[in-house]
Design a protein around this ligand. Structure first.
Ligand SMILES: [Zn+2]
Length: 73
């Protein structure tokens, strides 16, 4: 039996071990409402059903670019 949490707030201990998947230095993430924001690159990741979506493909972009138009050097 698992306790369901509706507050959207992550366990601080869980948040402490999370790191940005886009940064090699694995910087910590700040929770801002229902998203996590990388303190280094500013990438944003959604929290879905209380579970952080931290795959690179889950990153939220400002203008919601399709995945086939990545602007990468
Ligand atoms: Zn990052």
């Amino acid at each position: 039996m698992s306790t369901e949490k509706d507050s959207g707030a992550l366990d601080p201990q869980l948040l402490a071990v999370l790191a940005c998947p886009l940064c090699d230095s694995r910087p910590p993430l700040n929770q801002q409402g229902s998203i996590l924001v990388c303190t280094q690159c500013g990438a944003r990741f959604p929290i879905r059903n209380g579970i952080p979506a931290l795959r690179p493909g889950d990153a939220l972009t400002d203008d919601a670019t399709p995945d086939d138009s990545t602007d990468h050097e």
